[in-house]
Design a protein around this ligand. Sequence first.
Ligand SMILES: Nc1ncnc2c1ncn2[C@@H]1O[C@H](COP(=O)(O)OP(=O)(O)O)[C@@H](O)[C@H]1O
Ligand SMILES: [Mg+2]
Length: 417
Amino acid sequence: MTGAGILLDHVTKRYPGQARPAVDGLTMEIPAGKTVMLVGPSGCGKTTTLKMINRLIEPSEGRIVVDGDDVTQMNGDRLRRGIGYVIQAGGLFPHMTVATNIGIVPRMLGWDRDRIAARVDELLELVSLDPEQYRDRFPKELSGGQQQRVGVARALAADPPVLLMDEPFGAVDPITRLRLQDELINIQDELQKTIVCVTHDFDEAVKLGDWIAIFDEGAQLVQYDTPERILGNPANEFVENFIGSGAGLKQLTLTRVGDVGMAEAILARPGEPARDVLARIVAAGHGHAVVVDSRERPIQWLSRRKLDRLQTIGSTPDPGLPVVGSRATLSDALDTMLVSSAGAALVTGRRDVFRGVIDIKTVMDAIGRSQDTAAMDSTDAPVGLNTGIFGAVTTDEVASADTPGPGTGTGDTPAAQ
Ligand SMILES: Nc1ncnc2c1ncn2[C@@H]1O[C@H](COP(=O)(O)OP(=O)(O)O)[C@@H](O)[C@H]1O
Ligand SMILES: [Mg+2]
């Protein structure tokens, strides 16, 4: 684990000329190596909370502790070099190439050129962009999703223990968003950073979060718990409304594609004679073959009928390929299957490598089998409470109390040190 724990300790932000604080006495523990999602209505103080962690916004009151150090008085520039920050559309500098954008922090840290170049390529691989093809491009020569990937690569450049993300996938189309979410999950599996991510999309919070903090106005923490427990046991009507109608299909959002059975597929490579591939799928009793490139990424999905009309297998990727990451939710998988009309989707793992095929029947069976395990889950929730609006509870009281404070989940609450 490479992340660092964060504690917001009675943090308040008052903007000049505003009647009420944007963040009002927020105390919140963000466990090391976990992904914590901040969700809530527009204007409730999510961005303000996030930007106080790297002091792009200075708190009016309270303390922020990162990895045991009070960073409230620390030099802001130095602090920010140790905290990755990702915003909508990547926030890339338009006049700099991809490589220069990614190398900004390493350059400030005085790394030599070779080390930076090697790191840039490594990070491009990590975010599934071919370094050869992309390192010298300018941001305007990239799609929205690619810009966002470069933004993530840049934030990770100097291997910071903490990554802050503010609606990172808000500016891309829904299908790209799902893929970027899958990739972030894969990256996090590998790196185990402490990620604090703002979103207004509850499904995204459920998908990405180890913990979800639901805020009301003034960054008032209404519930802070696991996705399972929030869905299974919403704290009040505000949370219920926020979860919305999707809650009825919660198994779909709580189960990952990789957790249900996948079917194997017959693979084909560009350049192969189509009749050889056809012979293989007929022998296996399959209807389709999956064409993978030299890095085992799916590029085409060919039916018997298509193979019949082909001489050789081509190498051009099919942009409409129904692909879903193994860490995607069944809900994402269903969306992908439905728009593809294939009734099935191709599943990929790390670096988009092909893993197998998932079909609608598998998803339906999984829903039928799934049981609500949330009630049996006794993981301790992190500390989270407000003292501003309620003014009643302190962290000391919570640390010694048997019952959790407002906004925490069920189960014993760990102390905030
Ligand atoms: N620079 C600022 N000056 C004054 N008020 C601000 C400023 N930034 C944000 N606010 C106000 O603070 C509140 C919280 O804003 P913000 O943290 O951006 O919310 P969110 O990210 O949840 O939409 C809002 O009422 C917003 O209008
Ligand atoms: Mg915001």
